[in-house]
Design a protein around this ligand. Structure first.
Ligand code: SIN
Ligand code: CO
Length: 385
């Protein structure tokens, strides 16, 4: 694997000292900055249906307004000269160059990456002092921005009341930096931060995801609910005589609880569910209207046509006992172990040569898998515009 990491040989130091623990400022991580999208292009994306975008306007101290996209094209001309920001989520699923930026963060696993958000701010624009629940790398794409950060991760910070966004009631910055194009600031979850644009500014946020317990429980229970024939009812072990009719006995409470826990501890169901859950996308790539066949794909590969993964498509895999699980965009497949190297390649790279894929084409289940990924628009020919 070529080392494309943005941290170069500082990776191990970063992972042991900073990841999830301590902020880090890296000057000139992307020499010259990032120029994949302009403010106008971002405004264009924010006016499209199906793209998650926000406009944040600061009207005065403690007075903020958030509007959600899509925005009418003529809104931008009506805004003041200062103190507003447009934020567009998941641009890595829209623009190939932004999608490839994720390669620079491959030292962290695919399943922990959420998306790349890009913001454009006019002078003094920002979204106020806040905390995020997730790790984030803030890359200064173009322009300059002053970041102030707090000393520690906050657990239950007090928020300004009556706002439709989370602004900290108290923020005591301990450090302040002006980021120039290409500089990058890493923040672990919970660290208060406030970024204010100094002139026009574009910021790329490589955001991570950390599933939370309630969300996982809810999704797992929904998954189990769809499995037919898995209905186990409560049964009495004994029924004591002369009991108080309203009383639920401790032993009964215990058995009810055990019934639930057995469901939650079903390992086979967990393994079938977790991959889909962890790769679930923020938005879906649309399936092909005219599906391809294995024969068509094989013919293309034989003509040495390269293949690529769709922008931002989430792939991951795991092995449990003799089973290989491959998860793609919220779907999970159980595959033959002989396909391990192939799925590792699919997850690691954004594009694949025909030779790399053909090397696996005779293996059990490979062409069927490729065809499915294709028809769901998760992969496609790389030489087709
Ligand atoms: C921004 O890009 O304006 C905000 C990013 C953040 O503070 O998380
Ligand atoms: Co933030």
């Amino acid at each position: 694997m070529i080392d494309r990491s943005v941290l170069g040989n500082h990776q191990s130091e970063f992972l042991s000292r900073h990841w999830q623990k301590k902020p880090l400022l890296i000057r000139n991580a992307f020499p010259g900055g990032l120029n994949y999208v302009s403010g106008d292009e971002l405004a264009g994306l924010a006016s499209q249906e199906g793209i998650d975008s926000r406009l944040v306007i600061e009207h005065g101290p403690k007075s903020w307004e958030t509007r959600h996209g899509p925005f009418a094209e003529d809104i931008w001309g009506t805004l003041p000269a200062h103190k507003w920001t447009i934020l567009v989520q998941a641009v890595d699923r829209l623009l190939p160059e932004v999608s490839r930026l994720r390669d620079r963060f491959r030292f962290l696993p695919n399943w922990r990456v959420d998306d790349i958000m890009i913001s454009y701010a006019v002078d003094q624009g920002g979204v106020g002092a806040h905390t995020d629940n997730y790790d984030v790398f803030l890359i200064q794409g173009q322009g300059r921005r002053r970041w102030e950060i707090g000393a520690n991760a906050l657990v239950h910070p007090e928020l300004e009341p009556d706002l439709d966004m989370k602004i900290l009631k108290h923020f005591e910055p301990v450090e302040s930096f002006v980021l120039e194009p290409g500089d990058m600031l890493y923040l672990p979850p919970g660290f208060a931060h406030n970024g204010v644009a100094l002139g026009e500014s574009i910021t790329y946020s490589v955001g991570f995801r950390a599933p939370h317990q309630k969300e996982m429980l809810l999704s797992f229970v929904q998954f189990c609910n769809q499995i037919e024939g898995d209905e186990i009812f409560y049964t009495d072990q004994t029924m004591p005589e002369n009991r108080e009719p309203g009383l639920i006995l401790p032993g009964e409470l215990q058995r009810l609880r055990e019934l639930m826990l057995t469901g939650l501890q079903n390992e086979a169901n967990f393994m079938k569910w977790i991959g889909g859950f962890l790769t679930e996308p923020r938005s879906f790539h649309e399936a092909l209207e005219r599906p391809v066949t294995e024969k068509i794909l094989r013919a293309g590969l034989k003509k040495a046509r390269p293949v690529e993964r769709a922008e931002g498509a989430r792939f991951a895999y795991y092995q449990v006992s003799d089973k290989l699980h491959f998860a793609a965009e919220g779907e999970c497949f159980v595959l033959d172990r002989s396909l391990t190297d192939l799925v590792a390649l699919l997850c690691r790279e954004q594009s694949y040569t025909a030779a790399e894929l053909l090397a696996h084409s005779e293996k059990l289940g490979f062409m069927e898998l490729l065809c499915h990924l294709w028809n769901q628009s998760y992969v496609r020919w790389a030489d087709e515009a």
